[in-house]
Design a protein around this ligand. Structure first.
Ligand code: CTP
Length: 401
């Protein structure tokens, strides 16, 4: 039984008779837990109607780049960022050539240019077209760009010939798509993560908190599980469900988060601190609801423990990764945190009213002692997987990303 729980699969369907198998593929991807959006090329739409894919996927089908109504609903850039994986099945010889050229003159090719997501193609074509030198060269280029190739298989073809070029069956493609998420890059590692906000009680009904949604931390937890790690997630209050197989420990305050981290850190070899921990808590928590008797009210606050710095200072500290949420001078502040907290890596992002917090996308700058790397704007799920791979590499080769 394959699992694609919570995954966003953008299925591109180009012009080939094998498009009829893609209808079944949508069903199988959905049964495995994925959300599926279908983008049809004009050739693809000649073989299977948008209505079929709309009914099976439960989502509107997009096909035109210059369709104002469709762009207003979900633009090609939003679709490119929405996807965890873009699976092009069938990928015709023509579409493969267009992808190799980096064309952007129809919706599907423009999305492929604009995405950070993994792209996989399931070729389908006549066996002579498959062995043609032009197709060979195009595929070679796509491999160099890390575009995955699923199949093709061999056998009877719709044109009456026999040979290579048959698109793989829906169940094979669904299995290969699920395998993309199981990288194994963290197998054997134990990851401890913090995520979400903390809440610092003022009285029995009020607290101090922040706008962290926990999405980034939960996305990394999910990616780390898929990469083969054992994952413990210490989470402040969020509305999110724990990813399957992740052990979640719920906490409210920074002090509770600190205690839970210290309890679990000795068994972990990677610590990732994504939580937006409150730096201060009220000195006194009122036993009863505070009444509005005065015109002004002064809350006295005291510092909370810096969980990240305390973990990094442990004698047998795990590989320690912190986040830096900044509203200005991103790189400078992040570098200061890298040094002052003594961590192995800092992942920096700008935050503000409409940036990062509560949103599904983020833009990240990664800093290590002698290195920096920018990750382009992408969904937090895509970034979670990129970060997991970078952390796995960095842990094995300290001091370079
Ligand atoms: N952090 C922590 N414990 C705290 C405060 C922060 O573990 N009490 C961690 C966060 O999880 C993050 C990193 O430290 O990984 C940086 O958090 P950030 O809020 O950006 O910075 P602060 O250290 O709080 O510094 P400042 O608020 O002055 O920017």
């Amino acid at each position: 039984m394959i699992s694609l729980n919570n995954k966003h699969i953008l299925l591109g369907v180009s012009g080939s008779i094998a498009a009829y198998k893609s209808a079944e593929l949508v069903r199988q991807l959905k049964n495995a837990g994925a959300s599926v959006r279908v983008v049809l090329t004009s050739g693809g739409a000649e073989f299977v109607t948008p209505l079929t894919f709309q009914a099976l996927s439960g989502n509107p089908v997009s096909s035109e780049l210059l369709d104002t109504a469709a762009e207003a609903a979900m633009s090609h850039i939003e679709l490119a960022r929405w996807a965890d994986v873009i699976l092009i099945a069938p990928a015709s010889a023509n579409f493969i050539a267009r992808l190799a050229q980096g064309r952007a003159d129809d919706l599907l090719s423009a999305i492929c240019l604009a995405t950070n997501a993994t792209i996989a193609i399931a070729p389908a074509m006549n066996q002579q077209m498959w062995v043609n030198a032009a197709t060979r060269e195009n595929l070679q280029q796509l491999r160099q760009r890390d575009i995955l190739q699923f199949g093709p298989g061999e056998g009877d073809q719709a044109c009456g010939e026999v040979g290579p070029g048959r698109m793989l069956e829906a169940n094979q493609l669904a299995r290969l798509t699920a395998d993309i998420f199981e990288t194994g890059s963290l197998s054997g590692h134990t990851v401890l993560l913090t995520a979400g906000p903390t809440q610092e009680s003022i009285d029995p009904v009020r607290y101090l908190s922040n706008r962290s949604s926990g999405k980034m931390g939960y996305a990394i937890a999910q990616a780390a599980i898929e990469a083969g790690a054992k994952v413990t997630l210490i989470s402040g209050p969020t509305a999110l469900a724990a990813p399957p197989r992740v052990e979640r420990i719920n906490v409210r305050s920074a002090q509770q988060m600190f205690d839970a981290v210290m309890q679990h850190v000795t068994n972990s070899d990677i610590f990732i601190s994504t939580a937006a921990v409150a730096d201060y808590r009220p000195v006194n928590i009122a036993g009863q609801k505070i009444k509005k008797t005065e015109d002004t009210l002064i809350l006295e606050l005291q510092r909370n423990p810096d969980i990240l710095a305390r973990v990094a200072a442990l004698e047998n500290a795990p590989f320690t990764v912190g986040f830096a949420a900044e509203t200005e001078s991103l790189e400078q502040h992040a570098r200061e945190k890298l040094e002052s907290k003594g961590v192995d890596m800092i992942i920096a992002n700008l935050v503000g009213e409409d940036i990062a917090f509560e949103r599904d996308e983020n833009t990240l700058l990664i800093l290590a002692a002698d290195n920096k790397q920018q990750l382009a704007t992408a969904s937090k799920r895509v970034l979670g997987r990129q970060l997991t791979d970078i952390i796995a590499k960095q842990k094995n080769t300290p001091r370079s990303i």
